[in-house]
Design a protein around this ligand. Structure first.
Ligand SMILES: Nc1nc2c(ncn2[C@@H]2O[C@H](COP(=O)(O)OP(=O)(O)O)[C@@H](O)[C@H]2O)c(=O)[nH]1
Ligand SMILES: [Mg+2]
Length: 200
């Protein structure tokens, strides 16, 4: 089992050029606005308000960096950078994928060396939106061999058994998380830490 040890906000940046290089594996979190991204990041690092406290209004278009330390069995210790990206909720689905992201974000996602893992959050009640399919295709269009994508379906506490079956029919490997009920978080933490370190 992997535990969250500590986490803190590092900095915000408007684009790639003004981002420091922290020489640590990075996990980029993306998803539509309101999908539950801040809540998920807070749950992963086991803190109540880390992600929200730094994203004051007006800073929403910035790239936020957090340092997160994790520990596990046999003195396993690791430090990762969690990168909280602006939500892409309000882009029209008809727009081309490259227009979904502002140029600065597009450049960041494609050129940021240290990103080892993209975590794409999808609302489990709206699991088949074009915008999420576009994001998946977009990431795959430039994914390097040393990078991975993990999808998580959020707010699973809102689903009944038949809703869950529908999501699983759509994606047989669907991983459900609920920060409200705290379900799927431990498993997600394990997948994300191992994924970022190239261990799975
Ligand atoms: N029912 C439910 N609501 C959630 C869950 N996670 C987040 N929310 C709610 O969804 C809204 C958006 O959450 P937030 O984490 O700020 O989303 P973000 O915009 O993607 O960062 C808030 O009102 C949260 O309370 C969840 O697991 N279950
Ligand atoms: Mg947020």
């Amino acid at each position: 089992m992997i535990n969250a040890l500590s986490a803190n906000f590092i900095t915000s940046s408007p684009n790639l050029n003004s981002c420091d290089n922290f020489s640590v594996s990075e996990v980029a979190f993306l998803g539509r606005s309101n999908v539950g991204k801040s809540s998920f990041i807070n749950a992963l690092v086991d803190q109540k308000n880390l992600a929200k406290s730094s994203s004051t209004p007006g800073k929403t278009q910035l790239i936020n960096f957090f340092e997160a330390k994790f520990g596990g069995e046999d003195d396993f210790r690791t430090t990762l950078i969690f990168v909280d990206l602006p939500g892409f909720g309000y882009a029209k689905v008809s727009k081309k994928t490259h227009e979904i992201w502002k140029t600065s974000l597009d450049e960041f996602l494609k050129k940021r060396e240290n990103i080892r893992l993209f975590v794409h959050l999808i609302d489990s009640r709206q699991y088949d939106l074009d915008i999420d399919k576009n994001v998946d295709e977009y990431l795959k269009s430039f994914l390097r061999p040393d990078q991975k994508i993990l999808n998580f379906y959020t707010k699973s506490d809102k689903l009944n058994q038949s809703d869950r079956s529908k999501v699983l029919k759509f994606d047989k490997d669907a991983k459900f998380v609920s920060t409200l009920k705290k379900t799927g978080i431990k498993e997600a933490r394990e997948l994300i830490v191992n994924g970022a370190l190239g261990l799975c």
